[in-house]
Design a protein around this ligand. Sequence first.
Ligand code: 13P
Ligand code: SF4
Length: 302
Amino acid sequence: MEDIIQKIEELKKERDAVILAHYYVNDEVQDVADYIGDSYYLSKIATTVTQKTILFCGVTFMGESAKILNPDKLVIMPDLASDCPMAHMADIDMIDKVRKEYEDVAVVCYINSTAELKTYSDVIVTSSNAVKIVKNLPNKNIFFIPDENLGRYVAEQVPEKNFIFNDGFCHVHTSITKDNLLKAKEAHPDALILVHPECTLDVVKIADYVGSTSGIIDYATNSDTKEFIIGTEMGILYELKKKNPDKKFYSVGHRQFCPNMKRITLEKVYQALLNLSNEVTLEEELRQKANKPLARMLTLAE
Ligand code: 13P
Ligand code: SF4
């Protein structure tokens, strides 16, 4: 392993490359990353890095977002097949239908979406900025795609708007049940429950904190409490334990595992850097259309 890490470090310099990684990728991949974060942080940092090449260790929509925002960079990924199923769970006909039905509507699209879906949207949001952005939109009606659960969470925080929901979901987060959490709480009564807003609303309602992966890490790190039940993908445990060696973190079941994030291995990172392979490419017209709502997110989230 030492050997491959060394080679990756050398290739980064030779190829003028920077590695961005999401908290859900394998621990050893997080170790070779220059920047690790939630989706919002990663899309923001991608616009400021100076290297010619971005190697994105995450799922397709993350690499695509980096390319949309930075057309002049070479964006590559360790495995182009590591796709997020939820990114495809919205229908363009449905967007057209909602736009016809509601005069004053904003199509708010979670960043976990294909580049094509982004082109039909008014603004992109992530779990860390969705509430703020939706609150400040001038529109009364909000069609939230693709994730129903994040949409319902945002709707609870912004009761003054009228929401239309879509039926997309994340299979990792919807497998975290209220029952599992309550059982974990019974076993660890002093622990606080921290969950991601992709969980179902009944789960979100019993949580002590709801937020993005970075939000969960910050909350646990800044809290005086010593024990936490974690309601999101278990890759996050690596950073949580690194930052908080004196605290205890409990998962709630064996299914808190995103198979697509876990496709990314050190060997694939090495091969992608060596061959500058698996380039993320987008047709220019599509990229420009997708860039509008994504760039709008970066402005509105400030
Ligand atoms: P974050 O933006 O909170 O890191 O979430 C990304 C994601 O895919 C959650 O499933
Ligand atoms: Fe997609 Fe869920 Fe994996 Fe996040 S955890 S990348 S939403 S499948």
